[in-house]
Ligand binder design. Structure first.
Ligand code: 5GP
Ligand code: MN
Length: 338
């Protein structure tokens, strides 16, 4: 953060303010961890704070401190629109473009509040009055930690805030293994443990709470895993029928895409998940090394993200989407073939 950003933030937070905090649609551990941590901090300073998520978040996050106070825009639209319209300051966390807030895009665009963006995704948009963007950061949670440090409030990090930030750093780094995990990340994590984050119970709450159906769905996904010969690519499909058969709930497929990358020699993995209600196929991409799934998702599947983790969607059928994907791959022969 620049000194100018820091003074602007201090100015925005003078007195008691009406504050709204927003994660991206389909909030993940980093989105919920960073927004909850900021909410707890700002409420502790005496501000009036609402965390409004565009839609619901997965069950494996439904133990986090104060998560029950989260408002869901798709369930409580009118109330949320009123709160957004009356806000003095709106923090948008873990996304780089207002369209990532889904249908909340419109009320956010019409809001008169000052905007603060804290985010680590590539190609950030310029809608905010203060943009704290750093694409080298492993997670928005680590950025919120530095944000709190920068505005001189590190001593206000409670065990609850530490727990939220630890959770998001852990989930966005694949439990501290991705390249974006630095020695600084580990120093931040060490400090969060000292400030009260209980690492063992956080890991158990997130990873050891699978339902039977969820593990059966993983079995189904692994049965559907295919390798594209000669292009070091693997992909998984899940149809709506397969999801229904295993009693699918939001978040149940989290991490499935990584199994493709765990195959020896594979550097590009995808999962295609049919969503009949939204009439789309939701896609997650992962890569190892320099092949940019951010570029790939932006160019072909209306998405984006990071170099090694991105998402997108397709309006074609599941089968047509996969056929299109396979037909695009040879374009990247120089990157993907050995
Ligand atoms: P995931 O595959 O876990 O849903 O997302 C991987 C990364 O890509 C995350 O950082 C997420 O924010 C981003 N991402 C996922 N879906 C989309 C999308 O449809 N559009 C954009 N711009 N980014 C996405
Ligand atoms: Mn993130």
């Amino acid at each position: 953060m620049t000194n100018e950003d820091i003074s602007k933030i201090k100015e925005l937070l003078e007195g008691k303010k009406k504050i709204v905090i927003v994660p991206h649609k389909g909030p993940d551990g980093d989105a919920m961890g960073s927004t909850l941590a900021l909410k707890i901090l700002l409420e502790g300073l005496g501000h009036y704070v609402n965390l409004i998520a565009p839609n619901d978040y997965p069950n494996f996050l439904k133990w986090m401190p104060y998560e029950k106070e989260t408002l869901l825009y798709d369930r409580d639209t009118e109330k949320c629109e009123k709160i957004i319209a009356e806000a003095d300051v709106i923090f948008t966390l873990d996304f780089n473009h207002l369209s990532r807030a889904g249908d909340m895009y419109k009320p956010l665009q019409e809001a008169t509040a000052a905007f603060v963006m804290i985010d680590h995704h590539q190609q950030p948009d310029d809608y905010a009055d203060v943009t704290y963007s750093d694409v080298t950061m492993c997670s928005t949670c680590q950025m919120v930690y530095h944000f709190i440090e920068n505005i001189g409030l590190a001593q206000k990090i409670t065990p609850q805030i530490a727990t939220c930030l630890y959770t998001g750093i852990m989930t966005d780094t694949g439990s501290f293994r991705y390249r974006s995990t630095t020695s600084l990340t580990h120093r931040v994590i060490a400090d969060l443990i000292e400030k009260g984050a209980d690492n063992t119970s956080i890991h158990e709450n997130v990873f050891d709470t699978s339902s039977y159906g969820q593990l059966q769905l993983l079995g189904c996904a692994l049965q559907n895993l295919r390798v594209v010969e000669g292009l070091r690519t693997a992909y998984i499909t899940l149809s709506q029928e397969e999801l229904d058969r295993h009693n699918f709930k939001k978040g149940d497929t989290e991490g499935f895409v990584n199994y493709g990358l765990s195959l020896e020699g594979i550097v590009f993995a995808a999962i295609f998940i049919e969503n009949e209600a939204e009439k789309i196929v939701k896609i997650s991409f992962r890569s190892k090394g320099t092949f940019s799934v951010n570029e790939f998702a932006r160019r072909y599947f209306e998405g984006g993200g990071h170099t090694n983790a991105a998402g997108g969607k397709s309006d074609l059928s599941l089968q047509e989407t996969v056929e299109r994907f396979i037909s695009i791959l040879p374009t990247y022969k120089t990157n993907l073939a050995l």
